[in-house]
Design a protein around this ligand. Structure first.
Ligand SMILES: CCCCCCCCCCCCC[C@@H](O)CC(=O)SCCNC(=O)CCNC(=O)[C@H](O)C(C)(C)COP(=O)(O)OP(=O)(O)OC[C@H]1O[C@@H](n2cnc3c(N)ncnc32)[C@H](O)[C@@H]1OP(=O)(O)O
Length: 243
């Protein structure tokens, strides 16, 4: 290669490296802001739930009092699917998509839409479990990005899910189950024949399919986290099949 061409190639490489460094600095800055905002959001929810319970002495009415904040922060988590899609975090779009969408579905199409289930104990169960998990998860990401990760947060992130994940699933499934009679009686979100589009949709049976879909999907999320745990806490090299 002539020396002029060599210089050009070196220059191009340097420009590319510079671009990569700038992009990752922007990505790191964005993720730090995002994770701090999400930690704060879930902390606000935790404080609101504790205050409600201390003041009223009951869980009845708790969901209604925090619904707006919950909807906002859980829906905001959709950005995480985007983070994976554009490659600024090393996570599978599918795994993140299933996790985030199932939560958004729970919030918007079950808990917030069906007033009759809002006072079920199962709602409080998944709310408490989600809140504890998310405060830990987002603070883990934040401290990790800032290179000041306390070991107990890392330990909590990769151990608590072993119990919290099944508990969250139990809370979610019990809530959907409790919603079934109201959905059947009201015919909500359902489309009966005859209609202009000649299409029928029964939300009741859809919810049964959603409940059944936990059987193949949840173990995949759980085993993904167990692999992450082995990688992060025990330094094992894991090859992800779903990426
Ligand atoms: C429309 C109808 C829908 C029907 C749905 C059907 C249902 C399907 C079943 C679904 C069941 C879900 C139940 C669930 O809702 C119940 C609960 O959540 S209960 C509470 C307990 N839950 C948990 O513990 C959650 C565990 N799951 C997760 O943490 C994530 O959601 C998950 C995507 C599953 C895994 O996370 P990830 O692969 O990202 O692992 P890591 O956290 O180890 O991160 C990997 C690397 O990426 C970096 N990363 C990720 N995110 C960020 C970020 N925001 N900021 C900065 N960095 C990030 C992370 O640091 C790792 O980097 P590195 O590899 O360099 O260490």
């Amino acid at each position: 290669m002539a020396s002029g061409e060599e210089d050009g190639a070196v220059e191009e490489k340097e420009t590319n490296n510079k671009k990569k460094r700038t992009k990752s600095a922007i990505a790191i800055a964005w993720l730090t802001v995002y994770n701090i905002a999400m930690t704060a959001g879930w902390l606000v929810l935790a404080v609101a739930m504790i205050r409600f319970y201390l003041q009223k002495g009951t869980h009845r009415g708790l969901y209604r009092s925090i619904a707006r904040t919950l909807k906002f922060f859980q829906t905001f988590a959709l950005l995480e699917v985007g983070h994976c899609a554009i490659g600024i975090v090393r996570t599978s779009v599918i795994v993140t998509g299933v996790q985030v969408c199932s939560r958004i579905f729970m919030v918007w199409f079950i808990a917030s839409s069906i007033r009759q289930v809002q006072n079920q104990e199962s709602v409080i169960l998944f709310l408490v479990v989600w809140t504890v998990t998310e405060i830990t998860r987002y603070s883990f990401y934040t401290f990790n990005l800032l290179n000041h990760l306390p070991y107990f947060i890392k330990w909590a992130r990769y151990n608590m899910f072993i119990v919290m994940y099944p508990l969250g699933v139990i809370g979610e499934l019990m809530t959907i189950y409790a919603a079934l009679p109201y959905v059947r009686r009201s015919g909500m979100y359902s489309l009966r024949l005859p209609n202009t589009y000649n299409v029928s949709f029964d939300y009741y049976y859809f919810l049964i399919i959603v409940m059944l879909s936990y059987i193949p999907l949840f173990p995949q999320l759980y085993f993904h986290m167990l692999r992450q745990r082995r990688r992060v806490l025990h330094g094992e090299v894991i090859v992800e099949k779903d990426e």
